[in-house]
Design a protein around this ligand. Sequence first.
Ligand code: JFZ
Length: 600
Amino acid sequence: MKAILKGGFILALLVLDLNRSMQAQTMDEMWDSRSSGKEHPNIGWFKDAKFGLFIHWGLYSKLAGEWKDKNYYGSGEWIMNQAKIPVKEYREVAATFNPVAFNAEDWAQLAKDAGIRYMVVTAKHHEGFSMFDSKVTDFDIVDATPYKKDPMKALAAASRKKGIQFGFYYSQFQDWNEPNGGKNSWDFDEKKKNYQLYYDQKAIPQLKELMTNYGPLGIIWFDTPGGMTRQQTEEFVNGLRRLQPNCLFSSRVGQGLGDYRDFGDSELPTTPIMGPWESIYTHNDSWGYIKHDMNFKSPLEIIRLLANVASKGGNLMLNVGPDGNGRIPEYSEKYLKETGKWLARNGESIYGTTYGLIPQQPWGVSTSKPGKQYLHVFNRPHNGKLIIPGFEAAVRSAYTLQGRKVVPVKKKGNQLILDLPAFDQTAANTVFVIEYTGKIAPYDLTTPVPVSNQFAMNSVDAVYGKVQGSAEIKPLTYSHYYGDWKHATCVTGMKDPTDAASFTINIQDPGDYHIILEYACPQESAKQEGVLLVNDTRFLFRTLRSSEFDKSAPLMFIKHTIATSSFAKAGTYTLECRPLNKGKELFKLKTIVLEPVNAN
Ligand code: JFZ
């Protein structure tokens, strides 16, 4: 269990380190033992669900990333803020918002076909517009638009009818249309704001409407908290709980409260995380619809992402951004359906599972049920021999998930070797099952990382490093456009020959390998010398410039092939990386890649 705790610890650090301009207050960091100690009595469905659909839909969907002939990139639901649109002009957008193509049955059916188990839709985002019938304001879809209907009523009913848990996203602090709401500084003076008044007059009454008029909710997905103390947040939460004790609250309610933990946008932990949690990703680059955002994740990417999140014990909530007419983008529809086809055949290895007990391998990841490990094979070993290191438990059987065909298994030392049948190597994820008795040693970051010539490449990621001196393993957050956060964990702070990072690897196939360092390196760090030690063999290299680290720009990693190294025997080796001389930070090291010279 120690390693699992360590994983959680690394993530706690990771979350603590996030410093993002878009949010009022990073609250995920405060989701702590105070709340994680006692589980919500209704958390069971959430833990088993694994796959959720997030929907960002509002007036920004109508603007579609365009304002006054200018195109905006990144998070489309932030267009009012990005373009600093005055409240008066923004309110006029509502008069043109008429999503006549919206069909609740179709959305719910798509979710069903995709294998989705819960849905969370934006009832009110930071823009302040209510997508539901609200008596608290006129700035809502029934009063302010030609549409005049409440789409949330229909969607709640349609989802529930299909057995999908239904929930609302509600921006409880940021409201750019209210003088006392959080974060509109272009129309209102932040110093004159009375947040409590905003909570009392809008947020709380609206949350009461949502929790009263739409049947039993699975989740209220709060976001970007602010303007309340711990005690005020407690009172806020307790007050709302009375309306629907069974409804879960996301950790972004703030102040360490909430029933499950949300990871920052598009943030995927590298090791198992205990307790209920969710990773959120959007299907393209934006949460809200942008008409020129066509960068959609393929079914293969979604299927692997889902397995990857599940292998660390979490849920994936994937976002789609319907347009101003109420249509879900064609590619979202198409790729979600493809994902659903995979889930229809392989759902047993995802739903109701928890994190896998086999650490990430070059072939893929694992998920667990009692007495079972599901092997999600993304990359087939060239010779079909799939190796599981450190498997001490007694194997009862091994078989293909589809068709339940027996797979021969051998034990070699503490390794398990499965003789995989031939299968379609372009498939996203082919699942095998191992049934066993006894215990599997818990996930351990110090387990040597397997390296073999059965795969085009083998990655040794920074998280597996042991650091010395002032070297640190640090999660870095950056973005490409705006609010489209990316995350990379790197070894940082290596400035001196005493600052080192070392990695243990397990060479499964002796032979020659190229050693590739993947790192980011700004101008000032370039042309410095470093050493990579493979046991006692020294390889020198000189750093190449890639890019600066700036949270609002891409962090560019270069793949620098520094050496060819022969590994004469199978077994454990140490890789150690350090600067040759004292100087600036050598680089931010993301991964050491070992590429077999003669792939089998
Ligand atoms: C928030 C919103 O601002 C954004 O528009 C979108 O709705 C997204 C799902 O959530 O953005 C955040 C909030 C919190 C973090 C990052 C982005 N965080 O804690 O890492």
